[in-house]
Design a protein around this ligand. Structure first.
Ligand code: ADP
Ligand code: ADP
Length: 226
């Protein structure tokens, strides 16, 4: 689904990601984990083409990602960040349908898709007309998830999607997210620094340290045995 080969990235003089190979399998959830500053977000932003690698190549469904095709390719990628990243001057619905509106989807199709997403994420439909500041943290993340899923992308990338929530909301949204992943059967890449979350979501776990992948495998591979 996504193939990274010898991908590296530096910011100014500092290396954020050393030459990295990584393969993301379709239909599964891959979790990127590691301490703060180890390069998780950098890796995710490279995958979605928000930043360009200094070296190496990234293929998405066999196609080499380039500056020229990234906008088109990104329609097959949904992206969710920690604090939603919602547009403050659009309502929940406005945020979710923005791109579909822009692409000229007809109103019936948009409403139909919106209806599916509201059910999928258990979002209260009466809150669709509210602005981001009028929503709870958990609701904002549901809106961000619906926006990411609107065009039914092949790949879903999430950067600490539960990181800004209080423990109760995190617990609730965690199980809902997992249901969404499972019911859609999508390819998911998720960043977290929480091993419990990694164990809960990850079919495949990738551990980063100081810009290098130091271990990857199933959760069982990370548990020390006597
Ligand atoms: P993580 O997501 O694991 O916390 P990041 O990928 O955000 O790590 O950051 C990796 C390293 O790159 C860190 O040392 C961070 O300070 C640095 N870094 C990240 N983004 C930038 C940026 N835009 N400019 C300069 N340095 C950055
Ligand atoms: P939760 O995230 O799951 O609902 P919160 O404690 O964040 O829990 O919010 C509790 C309630 O307060 C929610 O029903 C939410 O809609 C409302 N709320 C949160 N923030 C705001 C806000 N800035 N303006 C209006 N209502 C808000």
């Amino acid at each position: 689904m996504l193939e990274l080969e010898a991908v590296s990235k530096r910011y100014g003089g500092a290396i954020a990601l050393h030459a990295t190979d990584l393969s993301i399998s379709p239909g599964r959830t891959t979790v990127l984990i590691g301490p703060s500053g180890c390069g998780k977000s950098t890796l995710l932003r490279l995958m979605i083409g928000l930043i360009q690698p200094d070296t190496g190549s990234i293929r998405f469904g066999g196609t080499l990602l380039t500056a020229a095709n990234i906008l088109e390719q990104r329609r097959e990628m949904g992206y969710v960040i920690q604090e939603g990243g919602l547009f403050p001057h659009f309502t929940a619905q406005g945020n979710i349908t923005l791109v579909a509106d822009h692409l000229g989807w007809d109103k019936v199709r948009i409403q139909q898709r919106l209806g599916e997403l509201v059910i999928l994420t258990r979002f209260p439909s009466e809150a669709l007309d509210r602005y981001p500041t009028q929503l709870s943290g958990g609701q904002r993340q549901r809106v961000a998830l619906m926006r990411a899923l609107m065009l039914d992308p092949d790949l879903l990338l999430l950067d600490e999607p539960l990181g800004a929530l209080d423990p109760l909301n995190r617990y609730e949204l965690q199980s809902e997210l997992k249901n969404v992943f499972r019911s859609l059967g999508k390819t998911v890449v998720m960043v977290t620094h929480d091993m419990g979350e990694a164990a809960y979501f990850g079919d495949h776990i990738v551990l980063l340290q100081e810009g290098t992948i130091v271990q990857q495998g199933k959760i069982q591979d990370f548990v020390e045995r006597p």
